[in-house]
Ligand binder design. Sequence first.
Ligand code: ZN
Length: 172
Amino acid sequence: MTSAYNTDGRDVDKKGAKAMTNAQAYMDARNYFGDSRVRAGHRAEGSLLRHVDKARMQAVFELEDDDGEEREYRVPVKYRVCPTCRGAGTHVNPSVDAGGLTAADFDEDPDFAEDYLGGCYDVTCYECGGERVVAVVDRKRADKAVLKLMDRHDRAADLYRQEVAAERAMGA
Ligand SMILES: [Zn+2]
C-alpha cells in the first residue's frame, strides 16, 4: 500500500510527480489485469458453458460455427473445488493486493493489517461467483468431436485475452 501519490508534503516538482504517477498507474494496471483472480474472472465471463444442469450434470456449450450460426452442444460436466478461492467463495479484492503486499505494509498500518486479515476487503469470488465450486467439462464422458471444438475455442480465447490484457496494461 505504499503510494506514489503520497508526497508527505515534500516538495516534488510537478513533472516528476506526474511521471511517477503514470509509472505507478501502469504498474497498477499490469498487476491488476495480470492477477490470477482477475484473469479467472475474465475466463469465467468468457466461458461458453451455459445452463449448467446440476441434476443431470450436463451443460450446454454454445459456439458459433464457421457461418456465424449459433450452435448448441450438450456436454457432461463435473464439479471441482474452485481453484481461485479454493472453495472459500470469496477472496481479497485484487485491487487491494494485486501488486503484492509486504510485511512493511502491515507494520506501518496495523488497522489495515487487521482489516485485511479480517476479510474487510473480501469480495465474492470472481470465478465461481460464490458457489465455491465450478463446473468443468467431464472430458472422459464428453464427445471427442465436441471436445476438439471446445479446445480450439479455448486456445483462441486465451490468445485473445492475453492480447487484451497486454493492451490494457499499456493503457490502451
Ligand atoms: Zn471461487
